[in-house]
Design a protein around this ligand. Structure first.
Ligand code: AMP
Length: 601
């Protein structure tokens, strides 16, 4: 029987090996060995764990063991104090690596994969935190330092060894001498890496079938700066070539919550599931969508954007309004009234018994329009939830729930051929207070999990601001021990710095290292994780929009700020002013939202 030590040893080796091909060869060899010695059941489990998944994706079970529970178990088993563990964590930014530093040497590992699987299964059904903690400690007590390191990483769902699932899929194909495309297809349809390994070794990959109620990967778009660049991307012709013709569908780029909706499975009547872009099940937050799609006549998977919707004007509400519902587990009538939601559908990935993603977009779109024609009018839900009262043995609506509102909308799509048409459509989309436009090659297949070139998004920067760093925070993971998160300010009337936001993306590792040294030397107050610093380093930042906020001294907060450049060439006296922020705020079409209305997730 294969041991967890095999996973840990391989993981440790992979973490140090930079070469992709060498990594793949090592994984393939290990899978083949486990398979030869212990069979395909273990080989499947081995791959699943190496990918950092305690359970297969299609498996709804969860370990329910977060950082707090796990660090407590580490202290309990290793005998390390709070401060020792904190210091080790600070060194690595990773609980597994921190634990390995503190682990008593004497322990001998003998955990088998089956035992880990059994302990995980028990954790998923444990009724109390204490019971779950006891199971974790039971596992850890039997682990060597190396096993503990990777058990913890596995339980946290992130191995951090520079190995993506796609590389493991390649290794599976090599180990089982199977077609890579068949392996990938089975993994996608079944959402179970271990099952795909078993099928690969059994030669039954072609029997993989789509199962509803696990999310497929989302197709994403890459950014372009101008209509001309979009055309050039699609046609492969230079930007100035006016003869270039595209065949692309253009839609508004909606600013809501991307969602994949599964419904209509006759074997699970009435079941509707909504998944977010990071594959979380967010069904509970949007009961109206569930009510509307409960009676879908055939199995289907819709791709779209959940939007807050103003039924009076038939327009999307600004994102900040919808933001109040994101992450909510319970949605009451007041919330349903205040922020009604719709699903703006733009793609159909599965229907009946057919996976549609290999079809070109124009065909998927035609199918989506047919579905909408059949379903749109009945996909309704009232403003408030229907309440039922018991009347003898009968249940009846206690009060009329009000008019039923259409909760399924079809995104408008138009064929465009030239940069000029795109430019016009962009202006119209902005006029509807949408972020920009999406262009999708009409002949393209749906590529789950890809940010390919078949979809591009055109979104001009609202504006950029030159700001000064006033504070910095230590990062996590790869950025542990580095000051990588920057709070920044604009100039007030009297020249004083007024904070407007916080950003961490956009700077290179080398820049972070340099900034860390500099910020340490120019620290004003050291609060441990956070420092205030002398306002001397200037950054140029871009952002999506500006909101009013009482979180920062400026009274504004930038949404999705990213650092474009460190502007050491620019003196602090020349950074942007509060007045400039106010002007940008006023120029926004959808400015009427106050960030204080947005509750934290
Ligand atoms: P980004 O998050 O900037 O990479 O842009 C991709 C996101 O745009 C997707 O995840 C969707 O949430 C969103 N989006 C908005 N409108 C559309 C649309 N019409 N088609 C596809 N994605 C869209």
């Amino acid at each position: 029987m294969a041991g967890f030590a095999e996973v840990a040893k391989l993981a440790e080796m992979l973490a140090k090996e930079p070469g992709r091909l060498k990594k793949r060869a090592a994984i393939a060899e290990a899978i083949a060995t486990v398979h030869a010695e212990s069979g395909s059941e273990d080989a499947g489990q081995f791959c699943l764990y190496l990918a950092g998944q305690p359970f297969a994706e299609a498996d709804p079970r969860r370990l329910n063991a977060g950082g707090a529970l796990l660090s407590k178990a580490v202290k309990e088993v290793s005998g390390a104090s709070d401060s020792l563990l904190t210091a080790a964590y600070r060194r690595h930014g990773d609980l597994g690596a921190a634990a390995a530093d503190l682990w008593p040497e004497k322990m001998h590992g003998q955990l088998t994969l089956v035992e880990v699987d059994e302990a995980f299964a028990a954790m998923a059904v444990a009724r109390s935190t204490a019971a779950r903690a006891a199971l974790v400690e039971g596992l850890l007590r039997r682990a060597t330092a190396l096993e503990a390191k990777y058990l913890l990483k596995l339980m946290l769902g992130d191995m951090r060894i520079g190995v993506k699932q796609s590389l493991i899929e390649e290794a599976i194909a090599v180990a089982a001498t199977a077609e890579l495309t068949a392996v990938r297809n089975a993994v996608m349809l079944q959402a179970d890496l271990a099952q795909a390994v078993r099928m690969a070794f059994a030669g039954t990959l072609d029997e993989a079938r789509m199962r509803l109620f696990h999310p497929l990967g989302f197709m994403l778009a890459s950014p372009v700066e101008s209509p001309e660049e979009a055309v050039a991307r699609f046609t492969g012709k230079p930007e100035l070539d006016e003869s270039a013709v595209v065949h692309a569908l253009l839609e508004d780029k909606f600013d809501g919550m991307r969602a994949q909706v599964h419904c209509g499975d006759p074997s699970q009547p009435g079941r509707v599931a909504i998944y977010s872009r990071n594959r979380e099940d967010i069904t509970e937050s949007y009961p109206e969508i569930v009510e509307a799609l409960r009676h879908a006549p055939t199995p289907m998977i819709l791709d779209g954007e959940i939007l807050g919707w103003d039924f009076a004007t038939d327009k999307a509400l600004p994102f900040a309004r919808l933001g109040q519902r994101i992450g909510r587990k319970r949605v009451d009538d007041a919330m349903r009234r205040q922020i009604p939601v719709v699903l703006m559908a733009f793609d159909l990935l599965f229907e009946g018994d057919q996976l549609l993603i290999p079809l070109p977009l124009r065909d998927r779109r035609a199918r989506l329009e047919q579905v909408f024609a059949r379903l749109g009018a009945s996909a309704v839900a009232p403003l408030e939830a229907v309440k039922t009262v018991s009347q003898g043995n009968l249940f009846a609506a206690a009060e009329p729930p009000g008019a039923s509102l259409p909760r399924l909308q079809l995104s408008r799509a138009q064929m465009v051929e030239s940069a000029e048409q795109i430019d016009l459509a962009y202006a119209e989309a902005r006029g509807r207070a949408n972020e920009g436009v999406m262009l999708k090659a009409a002949g393209s297949t749906y590529q789950p999990g890809r940010r390919g070139l078949a979809w591009v998004k055109l979104k001009r920067e609202l504006a950029t601001l030159d700001v000064v760093i006033t504070g910095a925070e230590f990062g996590h993971g790869r950025r542990a021990g580095l000051l990588s998160d920057y709070t920044f300010a604009v100039r007030g009337d009297g020249g004083e710095p007024l904070n407007v936001g916080k950003a961490y993306s956009g700077v290179t590792d080398a820049e972070i290292a340099e900034l860390t040294e500099w910020l340490k030397e120019h620290t004003l107050e050291d609060h441990g994780h956070f420092r205030t610093v002398e306002p001397l380093r200037v950054l140029e930042v871009a952002f999506n929009n500006v909101m009013r906020s009482d979180r920062h001294a400026s009274g504004f907060a930038l949404r999705f700020p990213r650092i474009l450049k460190i502007r050491d060439d620019k003196p602090v006296e020349q950074i942007d002013t509060l007045e400039a922020v106010e002007a940008i705020f006023q120029s926004q079409p959808d400015k009427d939202v106050d960030e204080s209305e947005v509750s934290p997730p």
